[in-house]
Design a protein around this ligand. Sequence first.
Ligand SMILES: [Zn+2]
Length: 86
Amino acid sequence: MNDHDRKNCKALLGTLSEYIDGELPAELCAEIEKHLEGCENCRVVLNTTRRTIDLVHAPADEGVPDDVRERLFKRLNLDDYLRPIK
Ligand SMILES: [Zn+2]
């Protein structure tokens, strides 16, 4: 994966939760979907994040504190994707 793609991934993953929540403008969603088509890495992260959010949003888990959510993300190794690019 080249540096340009890495930057696109970083930008995409930074807006992932908004994208999943449907809070992004249509043109940005279109860009994200275009990137996802060509980037398996981001598709995997998207699916994993969606599952995590489903877990967090499950009725039994209402009011999950941020630190629990953070631990979930860590367990899923999403930290690797959220680290700044060197
Ligand atoms: Zn990507």
